[in-house]
Design a protein around this ligand. Structure first.
Ligand code: 0GY
Length: 306
């Protein structure tokens, strides 16, 4: 792994955030061949792919080559690169990374209503298979639900899915909107529960019910490092991950979230994050679904034999 590029930026200072781990450990978990890191990002390099003027934070450059080195180091085979808010609706850094992955990466884009059908075609050709709607107030100025609904309606026929990022406290407000969306909906980062409330809290139980009652909802069992109060090895988040993987084994995804934008408390060791998989998906069958079968169905369906 190369050292992170120098910390620089405007807006909220990049210096407030920690750089990604420069020497992650080799996981103890021998990741199955063909595993997909289904949530990670590339940032910049900003000299070539400038950050969006409307961004709420300026991350440290995190180049595609570094992501691919990490992928190999951790024993993964493929990446799903998710467009983050700091690049706005300019998906070019992500598309460039996918183009240089040799077929080993696909992406989730951020688009606005102005996007044309030809531009959507180009995103598809570039490896995009979904769009992301972000509701975190610290990340986006506004989240226009009506525009999102119109965008979603245009994507349904393409076989794309919608990724939604919200905090669990917002779920009751968002529920009618979420239920109005067509096709597969993937919820980021376990729905961002309040971990100290525990898995029996009304909020998390309500989230489980949403998944139980609506088979179009998937969830990423990701980001113990963002959700934890206890810190590594994230004992407090494990019950949430286990409940999601056990309850919805065919609708869960896993990813590193490298390079971990906006982390202030600690920077995770990506090898240790991979070892969390053993605790939330304790059998080989569950691990295979989480890391291979499920992400392949969403992102490389043409390679899945029915
Ligand atoms: C993540 C989480 C974060 C950032 C973004 O779009 C983004 O800027 O997703 C976050 O700060 O929680 O998914 O990596």
């Amino acid at each position: 792994m190369t050292q992170p590029a120098k910390v620089s930026g405007e807006g909220i200072s990049a210096a407030a955030y920690l750089p990604y781990h420069s020497a992650p450990s080799v996981p103890s978990f021998d990741v199955p061949k063909g595993a997909v890191d289904a949530h990670c990002h590339v940032f910049g390099p900003s000299a070539r792919f400038p950050f969006a003027p409307e961004r709420k934070y300026t991350p440290i450059d995190a180049a595609a080559e570094t992501l691919f080195t990490l992928r190999d180091h951790l024993g993964f085979s493929r990446n799903v690169i998710v467009q983050a808010t700091c690049h706005g609706r300019d998906n070019s850094a992500m598309l460039d990374a996918i183009a240089r992955s040799g077929g080993a990466a696909r992406g989730v884009a951020v688009v606005g209503e102005e996007i044309t059908e030809a531009e959507l075609d180009a995103l598809h050709a570039g490896g995009v298979r979904g769009v992301r709607f972000n509701f975190l107030k610290r990340l986006v100025g506004n989240a226009p639900k009506d525009a999102y609904q119109r965008i979603a309606a245009r994507l349904a026929d393409r076989g794309w899915h919608i990724v939604v990022y919200f905090e669990m406290a917002e779920l009751d407000d968002l529920r009618p909107f979420l239920l109005s969306l067509p096709g597969t909906i993937v919820v980021d980062h376990m729905g961002r529960p309040e971990v100290p409330e525990g898995i029996d809290s009304p909020a998390f139980q309500g989230f489980l019910r949403l998944l139980e009652d609506n088979e179009q909802f998937w969830v990423k069992a990701t980001c113990p490092e963002r959700l934890t109060q206890a810190g590594p090895p994230y004992d407090d988040v494990i019950p949430f991950g286990r409940a999601l993987v056990a309850g919805f084994p065919d609708r869960v995804l896993w990813g590193t979230d490298w390079p971990h934008p906006n982390m202030r408390s600690h920077m995770p060791d990506d090898g240790a994050l991979v070892d969390v998989i053993l605790r939330i998906a304790p059998t080989e069958v569950l691990q295979r679904k989480l890391l291979i079968d499920n992400p392949m169905r969403l992102y490389w369906p043409e390679e899945v034999t029915p």
